[in-house]
Design a binder for this molecule. Structure first.
Ligand code: DAK
Length: 258
């Protein structure tokens, strides 16, 4: 049996990564985040892999940052050593699409990790939340920033100020997740979506991810201009010619990723 804390399988153009610190519900230790970042960066370097499905273990996607480690932390160390910041920042910079397949607990940093992914699919038993307030801290990896963007202010305030968690159905209703599926179909559905994404032209996938993410950083006019320029640039791609020729010839496109 593998002792890797992030386990990898590859299915065609999709990498499946599993967080596997199972007995502790995948607390996001430095070691786990480092291993995850290394695995995701490896995917970035592989031209034949276009997308990643990221999942957890039976009971948890991830139950948050490591409370044991945080309980010993003081302000000076947290601030001066940029406590657990570096690995998380690297995840944000990844360019290939990542699909979170969330089963069980996605709490604190676990919920934030799911929100850093591009598509979130939840199992019916998934539980999302930002319980940091109960520990006497503020969310630290986007809970107060990405949750209001995904779910709206009132839902984000409710989650962050009370620390109460939400069910998969509630997460679906507020827009935090795209889909809820039965637990035993979670990986199959996430992989199906991953394969649907990954069959497309890689430069087009990268451009779409960059453009959608830009919408959270810029004014509408700036974002529309950015999108327009990407749209124009797309006409330099062999895959644009192929995609349109395939449509007109009523066949499947054979993209070459340039
Ligand atoms: N850290 C360390 N150990 C944890 C853990 C965690 N977050 N969550 C669970 N565990 C451990 C438990 O201590 C227990 O260990 P043993 O007693 O077996 O040694 C084992 O996992 C099983 O947990 P339970 O016995 O509690 O299992 P239950 O099924 O009864 O409850 C639970 C499951 C998930 C509801 C419960 O374990 C729980 O409430 N866990 C804590 C959830 C939580 O508060 N999460 C938020 C942590 S704060 C940042 C990046 C990220 C963050 C901050 C900054 N930067 C980039 C700057 C993130 C912060 C957080 O996530």
């Amino acid at each position: 049996m593998s002792t890797e804390i992030v386990r990898r399988e590859t299915h065609g153009k999709v990498a499946l990564l599993r967080l596997a610190l199972e007995n502790k519900l995948n607390p996001l230790t430095d070691e786990l985040i480092d291993a995850l970042v290394a695995a995701l960066q490896h995917v970035e370097s592989e031209p034949d892999v276009h997308a990643t499905v990221l999942t957890g273990s039976e009971k948890a996607f991830a139950a948050g940052a490591d409370i044991v480690a945080m309980s010993k932390l003081d302000y000076q160390t947290a601030f001066c050593e940029e406590y657990i910041g570096r690995g998380w920042d690297r995840i944000r910079g990844l360019r290939k699409p990542i699909i979170a397949a969330v089963g069980g607990y996605a709490l604190g940093g676990g919920c934030e990790l799911a929100m850093m992914c591009d598509i979130v699919i939840a199992a019916s038993d998934a539980v999302f939340g930002q319980p940091e307030v109960k520990l006497g801290i503020v969310p630290g990896a986007g809970g107060t920033q990405r949750l209001p963007r995904a779910a709206g202010k009132s839902t984000a305030m409710l989650a962050c100020l009370t620390g109460e968690s939400m069910s998969a159905q509630e997460a679906l209703l507020c827009g935090l997740v795209s889909k809820v599926v039965p637990r035993d179909g979670l990986i199959d559905e996430a992989m199906r979506i991953g394969e649907q994404v990954a069959r497309h032209s890689l430069p087009v996938l990268l451009a779409i991810k960059e453009s959608v993410n830009r919408s959270f950083e810029s004014s509408l006019s700036e974002g529309l201009l950015f999108e327009r320029r990407l749209f124009h640039a797309g006409f330099s791609l062999v895959d644009q010619k192929e995609g349109m020729a395939a449509f007109l010839e009523r066949r499947c496109p054979d993209f070459v990723n340039r």
